[in-house]
Design a protein around this ligand. Structure first.
Ligand SMILES: Nc1ncnc2c1ncn2[C@@H]1O[C@H](COP(=O)(O)OP(=O)(O)OP(=O)(O)O)[C@@H](O)[C@H]1O
Ligand SMILES: [Mg+2]
Length: 296
């Protein structure tokens, strides 16, 4: 089965830039606890092809990061998955629900934070979460509901602004509210398009912690331009360029494959043989250490 998954995901990409998923995670396909995108394409009305064939799987309890430059096609991909734009070609399913034909079912467990804010200017953060929680039809018990809302507002750091109308909040705080809206109401499938744009460093860290804490039982897709964000949050990272996935794997795989990481320069003061140096470093720093000549 793993071979088939690998062949599926590498249909439009160079298999050398692909890291297969561990068997334990790949098994999710049997339980339908994954998301599967097949042959996804998007051609806009003006003839521009923004997405040129994407085959991907994403898994529960994981954050899948789409990392790409401006115009790579991240938002176009996400917009098709959330139903904002129709796909020109392709299929997608999540938790066994057909994303293009069973949208009512999908909306019961999907949470979205779009790239550009779409909050209600005259509502407060608390009111946003109150109504979006009810829209999702999550547990109506007020104790459960308010425990979740209070925790989200606190964890993301807008608790002190919960009664301010949105139009008076800073751009960063509005972004935080949008992320809370996407997560609230027990969303099982969460789509976050550049959730940390406009946040300062400490707010970004706070958001990273929030997302890591909330990924259990969820499939989260997140787009970003920041490599450090992809590194810290992504269980799997897909690099997107020109409407295609060009590389897919864990951050460790990408660093090995492309030589991104730390470079250590060592100067020997004794006549120590080179072959004893590497094992010594690996013993102390870990087996992932490579000589620069081994990095392709
Ligand atoms: N409605 C549209 N009509 C025509 N072309 C579009 C449309 N929307 C997006 N595009 C083009 O599709 C390409 C991909 O855009 P998209 O917004 O998906 O990229 P992105 O990876 O999200 O970029 P960014 O990081 O800047 O948000 C871009 O070249 C963009 O100009
Ligand atoms: Mg975008």
């Amino acid at each position: 089965m793993l071979k088939e998954q690998q062949a599926f995901e590498t249909k439009y990409m160079n298999p050398d830039f692909y890291e297969p998923v561990p068997a334990e995670i790949g098994k999710q396909e049997l339980n339908n606890t994954h998301l599967k995108i097949k042959d996804l394409h998007k051609e806009y009305k003006n003839g521009f092809k923004a997405v040129n064939g994407i085959n991907l799987q994403m898994y529960k309890d994981q954050i899948f990061v789409l990392l790409g430059h401006n115009g790579a096609g991240k938002t176009s991909t996400i917009s098709m998955l959330t139903g904002l734009f129709a796909a020109s070609e392709g299929e997608a399913s999540v938790f066994g629900v057909d994303m293009f034909n069973q949208t009512d079912q999908l909306r019961e467990f999907m949470g979205v934070c779009p790239q550009h804010e779409v909050l209600f200017e005259l509502l407060t953060p608390e009111e946003h979460l109150d109504i979006f929680y009810d829209f999702k039809g999550a547990d109506p018990n007020p104790d459960v509901k308010w425990a979740e809302i209070n925790k989200l507002l606190k964890d993301v750091g807008v608790d002190d602004k919960r009664h301010y109308v949105t139009s008076t909040l800073s751009g960063g705080n509005q972004r935080k509210v949008s992320v809370c809206v996407a997560l609230c109401g027990n969303s099982k499938f969460v789509v976050l398009d550049e959730p940390s744009s406009g946040l300062d460093l400490s707010a970004r860290r706070q958001m990273w912690n929030l997302l890591k804490e909330h990924k259990k039982d969820k499939i989260i897709i997140l787009t970003t331009h920041y490599m450090d964000e992809a590194d810290i949050l992504g269980d799997r990272i897909a690099i997107m360029s020109g409407g295609r996935i060009t590389c897919l794997g864990t951050s460790m795989f990408l660093k090995h494959r492309f030589g991104v990481g730390y470079t250590m320069t060592i100067v020997k003061t004794t006549n120590l043989k080179n072959k004893t140096v590497l094992p010594f470093i690996r013993r102390n720093l870990g087996q992932d250490v490579k000589k620069l000549t081994e990095v392709h």
